[in-house]
Design a protein around this ligand. Structure first.
Ligand code: NAI
Ligand code: MG
Length: 352
């Protein structure tokens, strides 16, 4: 297959980790007889410096002519005092909105050789393998009216049936590819939007008799994520609850450098990026952990290109390198097994 990938490296460690992911993709292309064409474009602080805009037109055009987007990270102290329209993270919000990427997929999986890095007991974390599916383009972050006066402030939480249906459908489809269970999280005992959410899930589950469905209230789900995270498979929820729960889930395995993400829409187009930020404290040193970026590239192959074998091959290679005891400096292990970004990527390429 021939695919075009827009690579938006961004700031800080963004270029270092996306370079690692591109190297891995090039090896996969050779091994499986594909052609990937990489088109590089600017986003975030780097784009502000060059184009005076966090998401230049030229970048949008390159993404539009691509089959998927691979992104590093944006932001850093250099731009922290900028006015709001010249903030790097504006670029991220704008690109998700421009492409209507309504489904944010955040897998969290325990790495057996890294259980000690978790703040939870090893016994609690060892079976963790979940996928949080967060609605990304609706809900209270986009609700009207939204205003503040000296005396009061209002935000509005709106969901349409259509918005709920498309994200819930995504969750059911993902569950079928995984362990066949969906946990729908809402606050249906209080919120009208959650009552509608709950109803839609109940209706849609009839079309997926092979998928087990449970409903959980968001407060109870927050507790269970910490006390029994291994009990979840696919978790689907609205934008704000998903924002909070996915960040809570991201600390379970103990390292941000391991977590990939995808933001996709129904036709398969998507944006793939590590969960972590631009890590200015380690940027430019060649020591960043590229695992999250490499695993994001694997998600791109699976969800945008339908290349399941290729995706699984990358995931297996990453797992094997960890199992063989090779790490980067962000993971607390003894010296000698700690590699630079490039060395660690070479190990993954060796496995491929
Ligand atoms: P961060 O995720 O960049 O870093 C948090 C800590 O984890 C730092 O100590 C960092 O060195 C470490 N870390 C993160 N990823 C790592 C990796 N791959 N390898 C080794 N160490 C890693 O979050 P922080 O420090 O809150 O934000 C830094 C900048 O990144 C800010 O400008 C923030 O706005 C931006 N940011 C961007 C995001 C994005 O592009 N999606 C997401 C989160 C933050
Ligand atoms: Mg968040």
């Amino acid at each position: 297959m021939e695919k075009r990938v827009a690579v938006l490296q961004g700031d800080g460690i963004g270029p270092e980790v996306t370079e690692a992911a591109v190297r891995v993709l090039e090896v996969v292309a050779r091994r499986f007889n594909h052609t990937f064409q990489f088109d590089f474009a600017s986003i975030g602080g780097e784009a502000i410096d060059k184009f005076n805009h966090p998401l230049p037109e030229e970048t949008i055009a390159i993404c539009e002519s691509s089959d998927a987007i691979l992104l590093g990270a944006v932001g850093g102290p250099k731009w922290d005092q900028n006015p709001s329209e010249l903030r790097p993270e504006k670029g991220l919000l704008a690109i998700r909105k421009h492409f209507d990427l309504f489904a944010n997929l955040r897998p969290v999986k325990a790495v057996p050789s890294l259980l000690h890095a978790s703040p939870l007991k090893e016994d609690v974390v060892k079976n963790v393998d979940m996928m949080i599916v967060r609605e990304l383009t609706g809900g209270i972050y986009f609700g009207e009216p939204s205003r503040k006066t000296a005396k009061s402030a209002v935000d509005t939480l709106v969901y349409t049936r259509e918005e709920i249906e498309r994200i819930v459908e995504k969750a059911f489809e993902l569950a079928r590819l995984r362990r066949g269970k969906v946990t729908s999280v809402d606050k249906a005992n209080v919120l009208q939007s959650s009552k509608l959410w709950h109803e839609v899930v109940e209706e849609m589950k009839k079309g997926y008799p092979d998928v087990e469905v449970e409903h959980q209230l968001v407060d109870s789900a927050a507790m269970k994520l910490i006390t029994n995270p291994g009990s979840f498979d696919v978790v689907v929820t609205e934008n704000m609850f998903g924002d909070i729960l996915s960040d809570e889930a991201s600390v379970i395995t103990g390292s941000l450098g391991l977590l990939p993400s995808a933001s996709v829409r129904s036709d398969g187009f998507g944006l793939y990026e590590p969960v972590h930020g631009s890590a200015p404290d380690v940027a430019g040193k060649g020591i960043a952990n590229p695992a999250a970026a490499i695993l994001s590239a694997a998600m791109m192959l699976r969800y945008s290109f339908g290349m399941e074998t290729e995706a699984a091959t990358i995931e297996k290679a990453v797992e094997t390198v960890f199992e063989d005891g090779h790490f980067t400096s962000d993971l607390s292990v003894e010296d000698g097994r700690v590699h630079s970004t490039k060395e660690w990527t070479d190990k993954v390429i060796g496995e491929l």
